[in-house]
Write a protein that binds this ligand. Structure first.
Ligand SMILES: CC(C)(COP(=O)(O)OP(=O)(O)OC[C@H]1O[C@@H](n2cnc3c(N)ncnc32)[C@H](O)[C@@H]1OP(=O)(O)O)[C@@H](O)C(=O)NCCC(=O)NCCS
Length: 192
């Protein structure tokens, strides 16, 4: 008898697309727009990505695409944010937005993008990452609620939605305030 897991594995094999995760290039920009518009079912996130790309917060190597069959199937951006406390201002990364083409979701592409992003962030020696997103989704990568670490944030969202991942020991131990760039904060303040 074939087990349910064996069946799922075989199904997965059939559906498997060779995926490459790599930094975005100029030729990818249209494909990235398409993925963001399709995943979020509106244009705001695609505009946000473009705005970040033209801001000082942008780090080209940390805007990642998932490519398969010469198509952009997913996108994840990380950009500079700050952890402020007492006299300190520490550069950290913010992860957002992230999107996978609906026709290719639930196949692990999002997870591969996140894992690659975490690796890149470590290689670039950033001490921590913040994300405003689904707590259950990001918990699987080690993200924890920021408020439980005594952290505040300048985004007007529920405190449970702000999650952090420490890459250097002790980064978030002494609390502080996570400060997103103004253009990202404005995105959350604008009805959409
Ligand atoms: C969220 C998203 C990026 C995940 O991409 P993905 O390639 O499907 O992710 P994976 O295959 O690695 O993981 C899938 C798992 O993510 C979780 N997940 C997906 N969407 C979720 C959501 N809205 N809330 C909570 N968990 C979610 C589920 O546990 C899912 O497991 P399942 O396949 O067994 O149902 C993708 O669904 C997407 O683009 N969504 C719309 C845009 C969006 O909301 N992006 C922001 C995320 S904060």
């Amino acid at each position: 008898m074939t087990s349910i897991w064996a069946k799922r594995w075989n199904q997965g094999e059939k559906n498997m697309t060779e995926i490459t995760i790599r930094p975005e290039s100029f030729e990818d920009l249209r494909g990235i727009d398409i993925v963001n518009i399709a995943a979020f079912e509106e244009e705001d996130e695609a505009r946000l990505v473009t705005a970040i790309r033209h801001s000082p917060a942008y780090i080209p190597q940390l805007s990642l695409v998932a490519e398969g069959h010469n198509r952009i199937l997913g996108h994840l951006m990380m950009f500079k944010a700050l952890l402020e406390r007492e006299e300190e201002k520490i550069d950290i990364l913010a992860l957002a937005p992230m999107s996978v083409l609906p026709s290719h979701s639930h196949r692990g592409i999002g997870s591969r993008l996140v894992m690659s992003a975490l690796q890149q962030a470590r290689e670039q020696a950033f001490p921590g990452i913040v994300v405003a997103g689904y707590p259950d989704y990001y918990a699987r990568f080690g993200f924890e609620p920021a408020f439980q670490k005594g952290l505040e944030c300048n985004l007007p969202v529920e405190k449970e939605a702000i999650l952090v991942l420490e890459l250097a020991e002790g980064t978030f131990d002494r609390g502080g305030k996570i400060v997103y760039p103004a253009l990202f904060r404005q995105f959350y303040q604008t009805p959409h």
